[in-house]
Design a protein around this ligand. Structure first.
Ligand code: ZN
Length: 143
């Protein structure tokens, strides 16, 4: 089955959803949808936040995968009932609920916040390389 719904086991996976969320980390315990993709012959899952499931994705699951009821999704039975209900509703309505869309996926129409991010990145780029190794007093064992 090329799709899997589950709770993230770690903080490592980056969301493969649409911008602006794309690339943000999916935190441990957050519900996410895995899509099986093939990269250079290797199969692996690309994950996105539950809230980053677009109506297009739901359509793909229904039409290309033939899963019209989320109960047929891999992992569905391991979800808590509240999340199963969420998913059912999303499938019935064709999109996830507005309140389930993470802040990181919301389009910010404030141009200043984008600028801030750029400046922050620039500031980080000019930071001198870590000087921690320059003079670290070696701890000597006593006794
Ligand atoms: Zn996301």
């Amino acid at each position: 089955m090329p799709y899997r719904i589950e709770y993230s086991a770690n903080n490592r996976a980056a969301c493969k959803g649409a911008k602006p969320c794309k690339g943000t980390k999916i935190k441990k315990g957050e519900m996410r949808l895995g899509t099986l993709v093939e990269i250079q012959g290797n199969q692996s899952f690309a994950y996105r936040h539950y809230g980053c499931i677009t109506s297009q994705v739901i359509r793909n699951i229904k039409e290309k995968d033939g899963i019209t009821d989320p109960v047929d999704l891999d992992g569905f039975e391991e979800l808590i009932p509240a999340d199963q209900a969420k998913l059912r509703r999303a499938f019935a309505e064709g999109h996830v609920a507005e309140e389930d869309i993470p802040d990181s996926a919301r389009v910010k129409d404030d141009p200043e916040s984008v600028e801030d991010a750029d400046q922050k990145e620039a500031a980080e780029a000019v930071l001198p390389p870590s000087s921690a190794s320059a003079e670290s007093p070696t701890k000597k064992k006593r006794g």
